[in-house]
Design a protein around this ligand. Structure first.
Ligand SMILES: [Zn+2]
Length: 60
């Protein structure tokens, strides 16, 4: 059985076989459902809780 991963940014499930994996300099592994999420977090350094289209938006 394959475990469904969640996107490190938006928090939604990543479909099997999809997604982008990234290893940060500190060794943490980040998985993203799409390049949009990767770019928003890595390039634009946005916070998921402040980004309207994520599952974390508005949560504490
Ligand atoms: Zn995502």
């Amino acid at each position: 059985m394959v475990k469904v991963k969640k996107c490190s940014f938006c928090g939604y499930d990543i479909p099997i076989g999809r997604g982008v994996m990234m290893i940060r300099n500190d060794g943490r592994i980040l998985t993203f459902c799409s390049n949009k999420c990767r770019k928003t977090m890595v390039v634009h350094k946005k916070k998921a809780r402040r980004t309207r289209w994520t599952a974390h938006y508005g949560k504490q």
